[in-house]
Design a protein around this ligand. Structure first.
Ligand SMILES: C[S@@+](CC[C@H](N)C(=O)[O-])C[C@H]1O[C@@H](n2cnc3c(N)ncnc32)[C@H](O)[C@@H]1O
Length: 307
């Protein structure tokens, strides 16, 4: 792939750079390196920092290795899940963690990956080592499990009916491609402004890649590492993810961890990991929305750990 034609536009580029603007040295871990959009901006604007980029997608890693090669020793790229790979970084040097959770435009647009409505496979794995595929979920999960993921991860209206329709149809013939599934859903569901299959596809993708589990594990690891003076920046695209980030940051900022029914504080009142920087999430401005529709649902939350 030509590194001069970058297949993915980073969301909230200015806001991400602003979040780390005061960094003179140390390591930023870009947990979702993708096509190196955010990483390039950070390396260009912050000449004193080093960057560790992580991605579980081999295509993204190969692309970014080439795109970031001219930064030389300042960059280290790790292929794997962020919740596992972040342990390989010297935590005493980490001054920033960025995660831009979700799929990249290339993953969505590449028909062989099975993320898009016209794809001829039913895969949706971000990493080829993930054991579960979309095909396993759609053709193998029982009706109650399908209903649960549609409701929880897709907030699909009429989740029960959609699960039932899929189960009935696959009893006659298994779904073989994303296109087949998308066309089937389009025949039976109303979509409004979006394709009728959008939320069902989102739910299946979240399940296949265990996206919420990964986010929870990443946040737990960031806490366990007891990073000092570090900015944690998480961009999410889904209300459930944003809720996880928001409640975790809230918990991290709590100084007193006594049970609510305690008569007086006995915990020492010094348990805060740091401070919430963004009371409300940062979202894209009008100009970015006009140029990059993917930014529509992006929410950036920032936390700063104690010195
Ligand atoms: C939205 S894209 C990131 C785009 C990137 N910020 C850029 O500017 O090019 C998300 C990337 O995160 C990766 N990803 C998602 N979950 C991951 C995880 N648990 N571990 C490692 N990489 C993950 C995906 O493979 C995808 O390439």
């Amino acid at each position: 792939m030509n590194i001069n034609s970058v297949p993915h536009k980073p969301v909230l580029p200015q806001e991400v750079c602003d979040a780390f603007a005061d960094l003179k040295e140390g390591i930023i871990v870009d947990c979702t390196l993708g096509y190196g959009g955010h990483s390039t901006l950070l390396l260009e604007r912050l000449p004193g920092i080093e960057l560790v980029g992580i991605d579980q997608d081999a295509t993204a890693v190969a692309f970014s290795r080439r795109r970031l090669a001219h930064f030389g020793e300042r960059v280290d790229i790790l292929h794997g899940r962020f919740s596992e790979m972040i342990h390989r970084v010297d935590s005493t040097k980490i001054r920033g963690v960025l995660a831009d959770i979700g799929v990249s435009s290339l993953q969505l647009d590449d028909p062989s990956r099975g993320f898009g409505f016209s794809a001829d496979t039913l895969d949706m794995r971000m990493s080829e080592t993930t054991p579960l595929t979309a095909r396993d979920v759609v053709n193998g999960y029982d009706q109650a499990s399908l209903e649960r993921i549609f409701r929880e991860y897709g907030e699909v209206r009429g989740a029960r009916r959609v699960a039932e329709l899929i189960v009935r149809r696959r009893a006659k013939k298994a779904f073989e491609s994303a296109k087949e599934l998308a066309d089937f859903l389009a025949q039976h569901l109303k979509g409004g402004k979006i394709h009728p299959a959008t939320l069902v596809f989102q739910a299946i993708r979240i399940e296949v890649n265990d996206e919420l589990g990964e986010l929870r594990r990443l946040l737990q690891t960031i806490y366990d590492l007891r990073l000092s003076n570090a900015t944690v920046a998480i961009i999410s695209f889904h209300s459930l993810e944003d809720r996880i980030v928001k409640s975790t940051f809230k918990r991290w900022a709590k100084s007193c961890i006594c049970p609510p029914e305690a008569y007086r504080c006995t915990c020492g009142n010094d348990h805060a990991y740091g401070k919430i920087v963004t009371k409300n999430p940062i979202t894209a401005g009008e100009q970015e929305l006009a140029e990059n529709p993917r930014a529509r649902s992006a929410k950036l939350r920032l936390f700063r750990t104690n010195p």
